[in-house]
Each structure stands twice: as C-alpha cells, then as structure tokens.
Design a protein around this ligand. Sequence first.
Ligand code: MN3
Length: 227
Amino acid sequence: MPFIKPSLPYKYNELEPYIDTETMVVHYEMHHTAYVKNVSALPDNISCNTNLFSLLANLSKNTIFDEKTKRILRNHGGGHYNHSLFWQYMTISSNSNQSQISSMVKETIKRDFRDFMNFKDKFVSEALSVFGSGWCWWVYDTKKCYSFIITTTNQDNPIMEDENLVCLLGLDVWEHAYYLKYQSKRVEYINSWWNVVNWKTVCKIHDELALNKKQVSLLKNGIINFN
Ligand code: MN3
C-alpha cells in the first residue's frame, strides 16, 4: 500500500471526555483506513508518488489526470490528507495549552482577527455554517501573507483550489466525527474540541512552514514533514 496511515500520537481514550473513545476507534480504524485503501488503488504511475501534497495541490485546475482519477484523489486522497492532519492538530487535553501559542502566531491572530476570542468565534461560526459534510480550516496564504478561515465540502482541502494556502488548523465536521457522542449538537462538539487542540503543532506549522512559504507535505508515514 503506497499510502500509509500515520499512527495516532495518543491512545483512543486519551481525548476523553471531549472526543469519545468509540468515535476515535471508528473514525481512525474505519473511515481513515477506507480513504487510504481507496487512494492507494490508483494506477501505479500515480500512487507511486506518495507526496500527497503534490497530487492534491491545484487539483481543481489539473488537466493532466482524467476525471475518475481526479475524483479519487479529491475524495480519498483528500480524506487521507485531511485526517492525517486532523490527528496531529489534536493532543491530550493536559497538553493543549493556549499559553503555548507562539509570539508569531499571536501576531498573526492580532493582525487578521483582532484578538483570540474573535478568531475563535469566527472559526466556530464558520464550522457551524458547513451544510452537510465538510471541514473548517484556518489557512495562511503564503502569497498574500495573511490568514483567514475557510470551509470545504466533503473531503476537499483548500490546497485543491489554491496551492499557496497552508492549513494551520482544521476541524472535521462530518457527522462521523461527533455523532456517537454529540448527536445533532455540533456546536457542543466544536466547543469541546478546543480543549484538545495541539497548539504546539499549529504554531510549528505557522512558524516553520507558512512563514517560510513552505507547504504542509506529509512523509510516507503520514506525519507532517517539517524539513
Ligand atoms: Mn472524518
């Protein structure tokens, strides 16, 4: 299998009570596994390129791949890329400390959102606005040098439209990400999730990648490549 699911940086039950164990097991073992399996089934000349970023970047404008290949990359390649990031955007709640937010991230938030509360409010309202299945992202535009919040449908990732966008933080708002515990109360899921955000990783992506105009590519094991 050319694409590999990253191992989780915590145990299934370690995001409790914010993200429940059963959801983590089903989400990681079944949903993520299916995306990896399906994207790995692409023809060898495509799946031999295990750099998902380069396969997904500007996918909307891609005229080389046929429609079927593009659909598989969008849905399953996107699913693998998004979930690989998502696991790393989270950590056990005792490690999720806003005091770890770097001075450069603080500056970006201040410039683009005025303050942290406004940033968070904006993120929550955008995440709530996703109709059906999708994601909410905080992205950094390396060309225009500012950050903003954006939503995508299904397993689309912002890089599929614009390769200059770096995903600093993202939240899965598919029902499979929260329904077992929160049922239709998406707002409770979103508010709980802030307790497990991995600010160290978010800051590392912002400080080391985005500010240096580098993209979020994944290593073969699905871990973010910071080199
Ligand atoms: Mn999911």
